[in-house]
Write a protein that binds this ligand. Structure first.
Ligand code: SAM
Length: 269
């Protein structure tokens, strides 16, 4: 069967890595696991031997057919579709509890998949996923680091992330051009605790990081907040006027947003 590189098909051949991914999900007995991009079933096999049920979401028709042949349908439900359209909420309802998520992601749609998981957070408790190392650097970055940006804040607002381990290209067949890193994401959204409204705050975060080299105040001005108001909002939030967004942890960004919301009219749309 030809490998479809446009579908991000790099199959994991490191069996130790498979065990580590599955172990990172913790106790799986009685659980339902949604696996994103199961491919030929390298991770699926290990999941199926521990979980009550695996929902294997695979876009490639031939791979999906191969999985149906390989696994008993009562253990592994193969869903042939684009994961971006998968209804995690209904699957969790049918399972009777939140889903665990696993996957060696197709790298060409990593960010959309992470955003999809974030949007589906109410149906999920934890995800252990493999992404390109540079993406894991951004997702797990703390304030002050070069890699900290809108993706870090967006993902971390839905719960803590932990970098687990990195694999070289030789762990896959065919080998990709990049290193890969596995991280764990426990879904526990922070919007209520930080007093921010989800959609408006994430829009604000994208604006605040729009130009990383600019100060946060300058980015606010560029987003339409009057200069005097931007300065006042920063000072009310207890943030140095010269701070750049990449220096501000989630709590400080939330304080800024709350101040902007209190100012009302100046809030960027
Ligand atoms: N899990 C397998 C492994 O580790 O060996 C395969 C991982 S491979 C990096 C990514 C898999 O995602 C491929 O099987 C590919 O066909 C599948 N895929 C690509 N785009 C997809 C999409 N939009 N929805 C679901 N699966 C997709």
């Amino acid at each position: 069967m030809p490998v479809k590189s446009k579908l991000g098909q790099n199959f994991l051949v490191d069996t130790h890595a498979v065990e580590r991914i599955v172990a990172a999900l913790g106790e799986l007995s009685g659980r339902t696991v949604a696996e994103i991009g199961p491919g030929k079933g390298a991770i699926t096999d290990a999941l199926a031997s521990r979980a009550a049920q695996v929902i294997a979401i695979e876009l490639d028709r031939e791979l999906a057919a191969g999985l149906r042949k390989k696994f008993a349908p009562d253990r592994v439900t193969v869903v042939e579709q684009d994961v971006l359209g998968f209804d995690f909420a209904t699957a969790a309802m049918q399972a009777g509890r939140k889903l665990a998520v696993a996957g060696n992601l197709p790298y060409y749609i990593t960010s959309p998949i992470l955003l999809k998981l974030a949007a589906s957070h109410a149906a999920l408790d934890a995800a252990v996923v493999m992404v390109q190392r540079e993406v894991a650097d951004r997702v797990t970055a703390a304030a002050g680091s070069r890699d900290y940006g809108a993706l870090s804040v967006t993902v971390q607002m839905y719960g803590p992330v932990e970098r687990l381990f990195t694999l070289p290209p030789s762990a896959f067949s065919p080998p990709p051009e990049v290193h890969s890193t596995v991280f764990r994401w426990r879904f526990a959204p922070r919007f209520a605790e930080l007093g921010v409204e989800e959609e408006g705050f994430l829009r604000f975060v994208r604006q605040a990081f729009a130009q990383k080299r600019k100060t946060a105040a300058n980015n606010l001005r560029a987003a339409g907040v009057a200069p005097a108001e931007a300065a006042q909002v920063m000072s009310h939030a207890g943030i140095d006027a010269r701070a750049r967004a990449e220096e501000l942890p989630l709590e400080a960004l939330a304080a800024l947003w709350r101040q902007l919301a209190a100012f009302g009219a100046g809030r960027p749309e």
